[in-house]
Design a protein around this ligand. Structure first.
Ligand SMILES: Cc1cc2nc3c(=O)[nH]c(=O)nc-3n(C[C@H](O)[C@H](O)[C@H](O)COP(=O)(O)OP(=O)(O)OC[C@H]3O[C@@H](n4cnc5c(N)ncnc54)[C@H](O)[C@@H]3O)c2cc1C
Length: 263
């Protein structure tokens, strides 16, 4: 089975203090520590496990700048066979539709049975997987937490639905699935794995290679315009706990005890 996993390089929330930039249009991105989007890491692990069961190849792909190559290489160190970087100045400022258009242009050049995305990334729109499926005219299932291959034409997918209930569907290949965290336990990436792929070739494709017309991507192709970006004022009754992690935990336990939440 030929599996493609879409991965995004995102600010690591455990490693950074996230602040809004001066213009109030985005977060301050200078000096941030980046890593692979958590959901995408689960998707790559799932793809590797499927490959180990039924054979085939796992390719990881990202749309980003030169720095985004590091997440492709990291996921190759995890066990993906190939990586592709989609990078072009024309792609900067794309909205979710732009990102899906760029991914689609690459996907139709290859031959994939299964495309996995994360359920959501740092901007939290959860748009790219569904839009990509619609653009490819392929079946789509979101919030997938179980995959079982039936044969080379069909798979079973489990979905998390309201109230913690579970749904199982049969879906035709090729298809796009957005993967929920918790579907598996992503393997540890060791220094040996990283060394092994340190000099692996990662092709870089731009707008011309993908024959993408400029009006589909970048600000010109964005149908969603970001107007503002801010930290909301704490709501009435909300209390922000200050201090280091231990101090915050202690205060939280005190509050929960005082309200009878715990003994
Ligand atoms: C007007 C506008 C301008 C913007 N300008 C910029 C900008 O200049 N620079 C910038 O970095 N962002 C920019 N963004 C944000 C950018 O559009 C988002 O990164 C993109 O839409 C994905 O959104 P998300 O994180 O909500 O992804 P979701 O839809 O929540 O992601 C779901 C899944 O889609 C896949 N996916 C998402 N993004 C990528 C990617 N880049 N490569 C591969 N797979 C991916 C992953 O599998 C991910 O788990 C802009 C957004 C708007 C609306």
């Amino acid at each position: 089975m030929e599996i493609l996993v879409c991965v995004k390089r995102v600010p690591d929330t455990a490693e950074n203090e996230i602040i809004v930039n001066r213009d109030g249009t985005d977060i301050e991105r200078e000096d941030l520590v980046f890593s692979v989007n958590e959901w995408d890491n689960y998707a790559v692990e799932e793809a590797i496990q499927i490959k180990d069961k039924v054979g085939g190849n796992v390719t990881v792909i990202t749309v980003g700048n030169d720095d985004a190559e590091e997440v492709v290489r990291r996921e190759m160190a995890m066990g993906a066979d190939r990586g592709i970087l989609l990078c072009d100045e024309a792609f900067e400022g794309s909205d979710g539709k732009g990102i899906a258009s760029i991914l689609k242009a690459e996907i139709v050049k290859g031959k994939y049975d299964l495309v996995l995305t994360g359920a959501q990334a740092d901007d939290g729109a959860g748009q790219v997987g569904g839009m990509l499926a619609a653009m490819l005219d392929w079946p789509f299932a979101s919030l997938v937490n179980k995959i079982e291959v039936i044969d080379d034409k069909k798979i079973l997918v489990g979905r998390e639905i309201a109230g913690g209930n579970q749904e199982i569907n049969e879906i035709d290949l090729p298809c796009v699935l957005s993967i929920q965290t918790g579907i598996n336990e992503p393997r540890y990436v060791g220094i040996r794995g990283i060394r092994k792929v340190a000099s692996a070739d990662i092709p870089v494709h731009g707008a011309n290679d993908l024959e993408l017309s400029p009006e589909l991507v970048g600000p010109a192709g964005s149908l969603v315009k970001r107007l503002d970006f801010f930290v909301p004022e704490p709501g009435e009754g909300a209390k922000m706990l200050e201090g280091n992690t231990q101090e915050i935990l202690d205060k939280l336990v005190e509050i929960l005890k005082s309200k009878g939440g715990i003994k």
